[in-house]
Design a protein around this ligand. Sequence first.
Ligand code: TEU
Ligand code: CA
Length: 557
Amino acid sequence: MPELSTQSKPLYTAQKNNWWKNAVGYQIYPRSFKDSNHDGIGDLNGIRQKLPYLKELGIDFIWINPIYASPNIDNGYDISDYQAIHEDFGTMEDFQDLLEEAHELDLKIIMDLVVNHTSDQHPWFLEAKKSRNNPYRDYYHWVDATEDQPPNNWQSFFGGSTWTYDDTTQQAYFHTFAKEQPDLNWKNPRVRHEIYQMIRWWLELGIDGFRIDAISHIQKEPWDFEITDNQWAPFMNVSGIETYLKELKAIFNEYNVMTVGEASGVPHQEATHWTGDSGYFNMIFELEHCERIGELGSQKGSIPHLKQSLTQWQTSLADDGWNALYLENHDTPRSVSVYGDDSPEAAKALATVQLLLKGTPFIYQGQELGMTNYPFQSIEDIDAADTIHFYQTLLAQGKTTTDALKIAINWSRDHSRTPFQWEDTLHGGFSTTTPWLKVNDNYRMINAVQKEVETSSVFHYYQTLIRLRKQTEALIHGKFDLLSPEHPTVFCYTRTTETERWLVLAQLDRNQTTIDFPASWDYSNWEEILTTTSTKPLKQQMKLSNYEAHVYREITD
Ligand code: TEU
Ligand code: CA
């Protein structure tokens, strides 16, 4: 096989305006990345220590989950001060040092922007609660109610009513998520003004963009809206939202930064309003491909669903728009456990599929090592509020503790939140003290030091894939076409430009299978560029097994 160039600069140097199209991102969940001051919690100085590691991996930008002041009801997604760093993570000086050091290494930093809601401890809400005519009252949604009669029957994402009754003023306030996360009232121009000022403040600091949290929920239907089929419809991508999103876009444009919107509930048919030349964001995170398909209580993801749904998004954004590509994040279990069998082979095959699609790949911390789900044995080991709530609901429905635990942990967010496995030492080298969430015992085998030594490791495979992607125009801009759409386990597609055609082939299963290609192709014209296993020429009929993946290029000269 031909040697890949090891130069770190991509061949296609990013244009100023859309550098993110050629870039590979890396998501850091700061509580679990690296603890520098031995309190069991990851922090900003921990990230600073590990910048060389990220550089070695080959990524271009980091998205950091919220690091702002927060009571941590939803681990930082309940913000009490947008312009302060949570003391667990360090200080504003630490953040500025991190930003500067990252920039010196040519790494960009994207922050999480959480503006659908604040914490109930935010000064605005503390004021708003005081009386019906408090100047901050209209910063939130308040409606007349009684203790046992909420304004409507809408349900929150974290379980229970979207309304919490407040006895002092005898009204209820609205929350899409936990009751400690009251939704901001975007109809109020003062709210928007304050949010926009805060956004500018961060942009002036020199950050490179935002991942915009839960942004499809900021507009709500009228409170008497009748739910028919979709219980989330009253606050998912509701018409009128475009006014606010355009205002946001105008600010982002002024600073020429990268934006990725979390677009839950935005169907692919509407994606070009959301991303693309006239869209609100540079790219979006769609949530369809990680929907919980299959039996409740089974943690296996469906490969046909994954194929079908990723393909749908590739096709919808083929001519206008741009995808953000991910297989796991801080809200999902680990992809190697969901779509694979925890093996390095499965991790590599999934990486091949994800990183060579059209869009900007996001690698979630530890994914590049093949980190797996955690074998939770007790609800005591769980931190995620929604998992605990789900467990309690299952108990209330009459499930045994064993069954309730089994079902609740299957899709728990905590699988991906366990501490990063740096080395084969106590607590996986994450911290010298007991971490806030348990470390997976498999850190002895799966850790960064080990993976940097082993030449055939998942880590090295990610490095190679990232390099390959950045050197190859067809893998960045080429047209996507799915092959064998009906095959239950093989994910195979081509990426084509006027001058090149590439073929990406992965068997996402341990068993042996067969796949056929068109008889009209000239098979002597394809060279293998990369594989997860031993090399295999492309043939009209191929037998594949054990999560093997191959990447071929058609020779045209
Ligand atoms: O997640 C958003 C989120 O969970 C919903 O938008 C999603 O549509 C729903 O759960 C689908 O089932 C973000 C963060 O990633 C998450 O960690 C936070 O808890 C949440 O927002 C609230 O800020
Ligand atoms: Ca710490």
